[in-house]
Every structure is written in structure tokens, then in C-alpha cells.
Write a protein that binds this ligand. Structure first.
Ligand SMILES: [Zn+2]
Length: 262
């Protein structure tokens, strides 16, 4: 599931393979991923344009050109990958940008989100909608400013893109587990040292994940247990618990993340 580190990886694909490249052709294999134009309009608006410096905003990837800006959202299964000129499309390739330097494939099995074109800065803001500050680089004070007004369960607040942009289900679980915080605890009830630990864990998890290009599957990470039939805490060995919070399946350790009265 693409979260901040994955989108950061796709941004780097653009930096390495697209910046300065001219779009020679756009092949739309599945018009369903082009969200605010028809496929022929989309192709016509981008043909001949040159990619500028890409930018990530939470889970959104913005790829400006010397014409419109391309907005990518990867939903649950999307990706952006570079390929060599002439490489045949892979399964679930929905759209291919052919440039004078190679190919870029937008691949997405479930097509929950897709690709938009924005003509101006205000267009970009309107399409992205209200977003909190990007999670990467948030200081303890900034994090506190984002979270202190909400009385919702911490896990739900962390995943809310209008509060903090970039965190999804898996990152939030990992951050809470590292912080020794129960997913349904309230930020307002945390002690200073717990807030500090949350802010520090959040940045550490992000930095390590960005370095790996995704949330690591390492045995020392909670994330490694998500696909296990009998998941256990990598820290204390206790059996992990799961439940739905904010509509998503949460994993936590009842020993390391005790439920505090709130
Ligand atoms: Zn544990």
C-alpha cells in the first residue's frame, strides 16, 4: 500500500528518469485512471511537454511540466516505474509516458485513485483538497500543533490527511508500536515524554522507510507480522491483537502498548 515512503520512491523515479525529458507520446491502456480529462485530451495536453522538478505532498505526487502539472495518487495498489523504450506493458499498466529518454509506467491493479491534470497552482490545491503539513520533518512542537485539538483515537488522527499528510495504516501502526502507545489513546492525555517519543518514532520510521523505498519487511518491524497467520510482537514475543480503527485493520501489542484509561 503506497504511503509516504513509496510516493517518495516514485518521486525519485521521476527525478532520475523524467526531469528534463520531453513527452513524445502518452499511451493510455485504461482510460479509467485519467480522472479529470478524456484520454485524448490528456494525451494532447501533454504531448511535447517537458518534465520539471517533481514534488511530493503527503501521498500525492506532483509532476509539473512546461504545460500542465500531472497529479498522481496511488490509492491502494498504484506505482510508477521506469522502463526502457520499447519494453512491452506489464499486467496492470494503465498508462505509459514515452519520453525521449525512456518510458514511465503508471501501474495500478485496483484503480482506486489515478491521474489528474492541473492547469494552475490554484487548480492543484483544489484537486488535492485540504491537507495537513507533510509528516516528514515535523518537529515535536509542529506535531503537537497538529494533534492537540483532536479527541479522536490517535491512530485515526494520524491517518487523517487533513491533519498530517503522508501516513497510512501501516506507518501509523509502526509508529504507535515504537512509541509504546495504544492505537485508541488520545493525544491530549499523553504525558510530555510520550509526546516526545511519538514525535521521535514518527521521524525515525519515516527516515528508515524512505531509505528502504518502502516500509521495511525486516523482522524487527511490526510491519513484518502483518502477513503472518499467527502474528507476534517482534519486541516482546506476545501475540499481537488486531481490530478495526478508522475503518482499517490495526495491529498492536497488548503488552508493549497497554490501553490507558482515557
Ligand atoms: Zn510487545
Amino acid at each position: 500500500v503506497p504511503e509516504l515512503p513509496d510516493v517518495e520512491r516514485f518521486r525519485r523515479v521521476l527525478v532520475e528518469h523524467a526531469v528534463g525529458a520531453r513527452i513524445v507520446e502518452v499511451v493510455v491502456h485504461d482510460a479509467g485512471v485519467v480522472r479529470n480529462e478524456t484520454a485524448p485530451q490528456f494525451v494532447r495536453n501533454l504531448k511535447g511537454k517537458v518534465f520539471g522538478e517533481p514534488q511530493r505532498r503527503g501521498k500525492w505526487l506532483l509532476a509539473p511540466t512546461n504545460g500542465p502539472t500531472i497529479l498522481f495518487h496511488f490509492g491502494m495498489t498504484g506505482s510508477l516505474d521506469a522502463a526502457k523504450t520499447g519494453d512491452p506493458p506489464q499486467r496492470f499498466d494503465r498508462l505509459t509516458f514515452i519520453t525521449d529518454r525512456g518510458q514511465l509506467a503508471f501501474r495500478d491493479q485496483r484503480k482506486l485513485k489515478g491521474i489528474w491534470l492541473a492547469r494552475s497552482k490554484s487548480d492543484v490545491e483544489e484537486l488535492i483538497g485540504p491537507q495537513g503539513p507533510d509528516a516528514l520533518g515535523l518537529s515535536e512542537d509542529q506535531l503537537s500543533d497538529c494533534l492537540k485539538t483532536s479527541r479522536r483515537p490517535l491512530k485515526s488522527v494520524l491517518m487523517d490527511q487533513t491533519v498530517i499528510a503522508g501516513l497510512g495504516n501501516m506507518l501509523s501502526d509502526e509508529i504507535l508500536w515504537r512509541s509504546h502507545l495504544h492505537p485508541t489513546c488520545r493525544f491530549v492525555n499523553l504525558e510530555q515524554r510520550q509526546q516526545q517519543r511519538l514525535a521521535r518514532s514518527l521521524q525515525r520510521v519515516l527516515v528508515s522507510s524512505i531509505k528502504a523505498g518502502r516500509i521495511p519487511r525486516s523482522r524487527s518491524w511490526l510491519n513484518s507480522q502483518r502477513t503472518e497467520s499467527d502474528p507476534h510482537c517482534p519486541r516482546c514475543g506476545h501475540r499481537l491483537q488486531t481490530s478495526k480503527i478508522g475503518g482499517r485493520t490495526s495491529y498492536w501489542c497488548p503488552t508493549c502498548q497497554p490501553h490507558a484509561a482515557s
